[in-house]
Design a protein. Structure first.
Ligand code: SF4
Ligand code: SF4
Length: 88
């Protein structure tokens, strides 16, 4: 089943769909997020979390601070993240 994270509020405008089975764990998504919002490359500070076990991504999620800017999805070359925009 596809996992998603959504903006809260009355109208759902954007969400990120996660495809952990396509993720190779490169952490480019987390690097760009931390650079944007923490002003340095530090995946631990990113608003997107890649959970890996035995070299396999088991889960991807975003923290409540995620702005749904979509930069993580933009940089992922493996189509493991997908920004979905809904008409408001
Ligand atoms: S979601 Fe994409 S950019 Fe992020 S770690 Fe996985 S493969 Fe890399
Ligand atoms: S959508 Fe933006 S804020 Fe949210 S995890 Fe991706 S880069 Fe970070």
């Amino acid at each position: 089943m596809e996992n998603t994270s959504t903006e809260t509020g009355d109208v759902k405008k954007k969400e990120i769909a996660y495809h952990p089975e396509k993720c190779v764990g490169c952490l480019l998504c987390a690097s760009v997020c931390s650079l944007l919002y923490d002003k340095r490359v530090n995946p631990l500070k990113a608003r997107i979390k890649i959970v890996r076990k035995n070299y396999i991504t088991s889960k991807i999620y975003t923290t409540p601070e995620c702005t749904f800017c979509g930069q993580c999805a933009e940089i992922c070359s493996y189509e493991a993240l997908e920004l979905i925009k809904h008409a408001s």
